[in-house]
Design a protein around this ligand. Structure first.
Ligand code: P6P
Length: 338
């Protein structure tokens, strides 16, 4: 019997060997990120046992109360990425400005050739309720030639990503990533301390029967958005309606479920959030790279997310992401009624 025991590191190396010009630096960086997420997973799973819950009394760039686990995850990921030797800049959703990184190996040009964006602990408002939360990361190649990275290096359209992934800290800890050659998932075996391959070449069903949205915002939505949700709730057997509503309030948890079983997640613009709530660089771009690699679709309701040219690090975007036909139908309603 062939042993299916394949670690994340083994999988990354095997993928790297398929690329002649690969130098192993991206593989090394991905492995460093996985290590950081293993450490975060330990703390997330222990949060109920040690006094790491509750607020730090500080607020982040988004004006949100920062919980201690948020701060811890941010510090771990920032440290690992800064010391990896492969980054020239690191951008955290929790930090107002990007963090330029000096080259660690003076002798080699382009040694520190990557930019890393991350949301260290998305859905953190759910931490105390023991609801699944997640880390999201996104990797680009620098545009500048050498030295510490620049703001221009950090503000690139999502289509330029070389890798992206997330970790969902739930009933188990699962890491899902793409480096442009399909989407692959790994489940953490806490006893071995290894992420083991559990989902290879993930593909999202083209059409689903599940929608994820905060319907408490219904009265703030555009007419097209209201009509789309009303449509999904009508009974019509030929189109598999009514759809089921599933909304955790933790993006990574909702996204992961939809990736596995099909579904559309929506955070549209509304009267309170005219640009939507979610961040383009830290949330929408990495998840959009993943969903397209898995055969799905991601837009702001009109434009492909990965084509959006960012203006600022923390800019927000409306997000429609998931099963291809469902996202296309949402776009149709918005174009017809808005
Ligand atoms: P709302 C969590 O704060 C988050 O950023 C995402 O993880 C989640 O999908 C969304 O916001 C929930 O927002 O307005 O529905 O509470």
């Amino acid at each position: 019997m062939v042993n299916k025991f394949k670690t994340l590191y083994r999988h990354i190396i095997e993928e790297e060997r398929k690329i002649p010009e690969a130098t192993g630096q991206l593989s090394d960086l991905l492995s460093d990120i996985a290590l950081a997420c293993k450490v975060i997973s330990l703390e997330v799973n222990r949060a109920g046992l040690i006094d790491i819950l509750g607020f730090t009394g500080q607020t982040n760039i988004q004006g949100e109360e920062v919980k201690k686990l948020d701060k811890y995850a941010n510090e771990i990921l920032t440290h690992v990425m800064k010391t990896s030797g492969h980054t020239c800049a690191v951008c955290s959703e929790e930090e107002e400005f990007f963090i330029p990184v000096e080259p660690l190996y003076e002798a080699k040009v382009l040694e520190n050739k990557y930019i890393c964006h991350f949301d260290p602990l998305d859905g953190s408002s759910n931490i105390d309720a023991n609801i699944a939360i997640g880390t999201i990361f996104s990797i680009y190649k620098r545009k500048s030639l050498k030295g510490p990275g620049t703001l221009e290096d950090c503000i690139q359209p999502g289509i330029n990503q070389v890798a992206a992934g997330y970790v969902v800290y739930g009933s188990s800890t699962v890491l899902v990533y793409t480096a442009g050659k399909g989407v692959h998932g790994f489940t953490l075996d806490p006893s071995a301390g290894e992420f083991l391959l559990s989902y290879e070449n993930m593909q999202i069903p083209r059409k689903s029967k599940t929608y994820s949205v905060n319907e408490g915002n219904y009265n703030k939505w555009s007419k097209g958005m209201q009509k789309f949700i009303d449509y999904l709730k009508e009974k019509d057997d030929t189109t598999g309606r009514p759809y089921t509503s599933r909304y955790v309030g933790s993006l990574v948890a909702d996204f992961h479920r939809n990736l596995l079983y099909g579904g559309i997640f929506m955070y549209p613009a509304d009267a309170k959030n005219p640009k939507g709530k979610l961040r383009l660089l830290y949330e929408a771009n990495p998840l959009s790279f993943i969903i397209e690699q898995a055969g799905g679709k991601a837009s702001d309701g009109k434009n492909r997310i990965l084509d959006i040219v960012p203006d600022t690090l923390h800019q927000r975007t409306p997000l429609f992401i998931g099963s291809y036909d469902d996202v296309s139908l949402a776009e149709k309603f918005l174009s017809e009624y808005d």
